[in-house]
Structures are given as structure tokens and as C-alpha cells.
Design a protein around this ligand. Structure first.
Ligand code: WQD
Length: 336
């Protein structure tokens, strides 16, 4: 089977592409490289031991997207492309809505026109907003979202559900990611955002490398055990394996399923910092700063459905995440 990975040069997409290649799928990567490097697809090939085809295309341009499908037969799509920074989405809401929603609309139109029936969508735990109870199950209300980024993910879920209602041959799995961190064990691919990172782990590794002075901890007055936000961190390789499991589930079925991908364990910002320092031996200077707009106190997954439906569960630990994120950060410095 040939699978198109949109955003396949990005953090999650590159690990998904590598996992697909290692599992025997042929892979086509489409990316506009707006927050990734054109060198990533080659690194994916080296990490997996097999090459992916790669095209530069912006999915908001339907002709460019259709051009990717016209190069050869595509059996399914894993749609990872999109803007993804929660805080930035509060500042640039229209850019987030335009980019993330138009690209999915275009994808659904092109898939339908070309008879492509299998779709895995990168959604986010952010859709749950500020939840009243934990852990989060897929049937809980996913509204209102805490930020425009989350709203774009929820709207995209709805678009896919409506597309499947109108076309009973479409088979989709909406994967609600908790917080992916870490890097490929090879050290060849990892999280490499352009500019100053928005997400916690890449910020920590930049501080560890001495490129940034200190970490700002966004708020220590949340109603959590140490006052800092709690998230359900998951190794990106486990997350990528979850996509392959979802794809296998899709084949031969129709309809839409929504599945959480997390570990089911909460970890605070300070706990992640302690784990990183213990695993790497590197001290991370930090300062307590004000809360970041769009953040919620705690997110933690109920992971029962992922196992029941897909036979998938996370296997790697918080220490693995810290070790691999640090190995990748050090390796990417030595490339300069
Ligand atoms: C984690 C915690 C911050 C930076 C989003 C999306 C999710 C996934 C990952 C896509 C929060 C705190 C952060 C810093 C800090 N998206 N923090 N100082 O916002 O939970 O999740 O990104 O790929 O779907 O929703 O992740 O890593 O930005 O933040 O204190 O410099 O770290 O406040 O509590 P977030 P994050």
C-alpha cells in the first residue's frame, strides 16, 4: 500500500513516515516546509532504511495537492500537516483557521475525486478544552476548546465525519494526540522547529544546549500537585506506531472512529524538568513566569479505547522520551 503523509517533514509526520516505511508501506511525503526542513525526508529514509517519495506542496493550494495525487496511486492518507502552536493560535487565529481548515477541505475533495478511502487525521487533546473530569474519554464533550488551534482540530474532525456521512466508503480514524515528545531512536529525526520553540521539550533541549538562557515555566498557581500544568507526554515513536495501527484498522472498514493516543499518565512541567535533569545530567535553569494564554491545568488520556479498538498501547517511558530528545538535540548540533 502507498500512503501519503501530509506534513511528512514535520515532527510527528516524519516519525509516522519512518514507521510506515519500517512496516513495509510505500510512503509519499507532501510538505510545504513552512516549519520544517527539506532535508528531513532524506533523514526519514536513512532512519527507516528505505526512501520515501517527497513533494513540496502547500495543501491550501488544491491544484498543488491534486498534483501530488496525480504522480502515482495513493491508497490512504495520514494527514499531519497543520499549524500547531496553541499560544501562537491565540495571537494569529485567522491564519490558523485558514491554513488548518482549508487544507483539510482540499484534501477531502481530492480524496473523493480520486477514490481514496482511508484517512487518519492528526487531532489533538486540545479539543477537550478545560475538562471537568479526568481521564479524558473520547465520548466526553469536546467543546469549547481552549484556543483557536484546538478549534481548528475539532472543526476538521467534524468535516471528516460529515464527509464520511456523505460517502459510506470513507474510512477514517481521528487520533487525538496528547503531548508527543522524544525523537527517533536513530537520532536522525526529531523535533526541529524553526526559530524559538513553542513546545516544552524542544525548549528544554535548547536550554540544555546553552542556546537559550533559561526556561520560563508558564504558571505555578494551577490547581495541580506542584502548581504547574500537567500533561500526558507520549513518545513520538509510540505515537507513530499508533498511526500504523489505526491504518490497519481502517482497511476493509467504513465510518469514523475517534481515538486518544496518550500514555494515561500525568506529568507536571516541574516533574518533566526533574526527569530530564536526572536522565541527562544537565541542569536546566528556569524562571516562574505568568500563565500562557490558551493553557489548561491538566490533560490526561483514558487509553482504553486505543487498546480495545487498535490493539495499541504506548510502551516507552518518560525517561526514554528525555533520553531520545536529548540525543537528537545533541546530534543536530554536531551537524552544524
Ligand atoms: C506543555 C506544558 C505549558 C513551553 C500542544 C498541543 C498538543 C501538541 C503539543 C501538536 C504546558 C508548559 C511550555 C514553555 C512551559 N500539539 N510550557 N514553558 O500546549 O500542552 O500542547 O502542543 O503537535 O496537541 O495542544 O504543549 O509543549 O506547548 O506545553 O512552561 O516554554 O509546558 O504551559 O503546560 P501543549 P506544550
Amino acid at each position: 500500500m502507498t500512503i501519503l503523509v501530509t506534513g511528512g517533514a514535520g515532527y510527528v509526520g516524519s516519525h509516522v513516515a519512518a514507521e510506515l516505511l519500517s512496516s513495509g508501506y510505500d510512503v509519499v511525503i507532501a510538505d510545504n516546509f513552512s516549519n520544517s526542513s527539506p532535508g528531513v525526508p532524506r533523514a526519514v529514509g536513512r532512519a527507516a532504511g528505505r526512501e520515501a517519495e517527497c513533494y513540496e506542496a502547500d495543501m491550501t493550494d488544491i491544484a498543488a495537492l491534486d498534483g501530488v495525487f496525480s504522480k502515482g496511486h495513493i491508497d490512504g492518507v495520514i494527514h499531519c500537516a497543520g499549524f500547531k502552536a496553541t499560544g501562537e493560535s491565540v495571537i494569529l487565529p485567522t491564519a490558523y483557521y485558514r491554513n488548518n481548515i482549508v487544507s483539510t477541505l482540499n484534501l477531502l475533495d481530492v480524496m473523493r475525486a480520486r477514490g481514496v478511502r482511508h484517512l487518519i487525521f492528526s487531532s489533538s487533546a486540545t479539543v477537550y478544552g478545560d475538562p471537568e473530569t479526568l481521564p479524558l474519554t473520547e465520548t466526553m464533550a469536546a467543546w469549547p476548546c481552549a484556543n483557536p488551534y484546538g478549534t481548528t482540530k475539532l472543526v476538521n474532525e467534524k468535516l471528516i465525519e460529515d464527509a464520511a456521512a456523505a460517502d459510506d466508503s470513507l474510512s477514517a480514524v481521528l487520533l487525538r494526540y496528547f503531548n508527543p515528545v522524544g525523537a527517533h531512536r536513530s537520532g536522525l529525526i526529531g523535533e526541529a522547529p524553526s526559530g524559538v520553540p513553542n513546545n516544552l521539550m524542544p525548549y528544554i533541549t535548547q536550554v540544555a544546549l546553552g542556546r537559550l538562557e533559561r526556561l520560563s515555566v508558564y504558571g505555578d498557581d494551577y490547581p495541580t500537585r506542584d502548581g504547574t500544568c500537567i500533561r500526558d507526554y507520549i513518545h513520538v515513536t509510540d505515537l507513530a506506531r499508533g498511526h500504523v495501527a489505526a491504518l490497519r484498522y481502517c482497511v476493509g472498514r467504513a465510518g469514523v472512529e475517534t481515538v486518544n493516543l496518550g500514555r494515561g499518565e500525568g506529568c507536571s512541567v516541574l516533574e518533566l524538568l526533574s526527569a530530564f535533569e536526572r536522565v541527562t545530567g544537565v541542569r536546566i535553569p528556569r524562571v516562574i513566569a505568568g500563565r500562557r494564554a490558551g493553557d489548561v491545568a491538566e490533560l490526561r488520556a483514558d487509553v482504553g479505547k486505543a487498546y480495545a479498538l487498535l490493539g495499541w498501547r504506548a510502551e516507552l517511558s518518560l525517561d526514554d522520551m528525555c533520553r531520545d530528545a536529548w540525543s537528537y538535540a545533541k546530534a543536530s548540533v554536531s551537524e552544524y
